[in-house]
Design a protein around this ligand. Structure first.
Ligand code: GRF
Length: 226
């Protein structure tokens, strides 16, 4: 995108914000040509807000507890987002499940990072569940958000080995390092117009990525890095 306008992004967060930080760092060091226009948190005390402020990014809180129903919460959220006219909306540890109106509005330009090799382990507590399942590998996925929770088309995945002494925390840490690597990459691809969706699959530069689908632990393949 050199020379052109940089892609506008709004990031939604609820917590720690380490993925937000990875995105900010990638922009700062020139790896990711993006314009992070705002960070919006569903939690007033989210440490992610301080990270955004430090980077000089406008922040807002849209606290779901201030609204009688999810619908109103999402309307308020959309209003905030729209003020920044983003090309892409990024869920980076955003812990609210989004409803139909929101997803319909941003379909095709709403992406999320999930700490598992989807379709394995959608939902919460993925690291503990991966350990419990005896999987040899675990990892992270960046995917387009659709109405199926954690079920949208996968853009990129990264796998890590599960080690014999792992507890959920050590495994989470290893996965998180990969999250920080693949999330800015996926955002860059999107903003550069390199992604498309065909038959529910994500194409990069019109091609299916060869490693897609090979990361499912149950598939019995030895995964490579995403
Ligand atoms: C990450 O593990 C992400 O995959 C999940 O929520 C966590 C957010 O961590 N969706 P952080 O707030 O980015 O540090």
């Amino acid at each position: 995108m050199s020379g052109g306008p940089r892609g506008g992004v709004v990031v939604l967060v609820s917590g720690r914000g380490s993925n937000l930080q990875a995105i900010i760092n990638a922009v700062t060091n020139g790896e990711l040509p993006a314009d992070i226009r705002a960070v919006i948190s569903s939690e007033p005390g989210a440490p992610a807000l301080a990270r955004a402020r430090t980077a000089g990014i406008p922040t807002h809180v849209v606290n779901h507890r201030d609204f009688p129903a999810r619908d109103q919460f999402e309307q308020a959220l959309m209003q905030r987002i729209e003020a920044y006219r983003p090309q892409l909306v990024v869920l980076a540890g955003f812990m609210r499940i989004l409803g139909k109106a929101f997803i319909d509005r941003y379909t095709g330009r709403l992406i999320n990072i999930h700490p598992s090799l989807l379709p394995a382990f959608p939902g919460l507590n993925t690291h503990a569940r991966a350990l419990q399942s005896g999987a040899s590998h675990h990892g992270a996925s960046v995917h387009f958000v659709t109405h199926a929770v954690d079920g949208g088309p996968v853009i990129i995945q990264a796998a890590v080995p599960v080690l014999p002494d792992d507890v959920p925390e050590t495994l989470a840490e290893r996965v998180l390092m990969e999250e920080h690597r693949i999330f800015p990459k996926a955002i860059g691809w999107f903003l550069a117009g390199r992604l498309s969706i065909e038959d529910g699959r994500v194409l990069l530069d019109g091609q299916q990525r060869p490693e897609q689908g090979l990361h499912h632990p149950a598939a019995g393949h030895v995964p490579g890095a995403g």
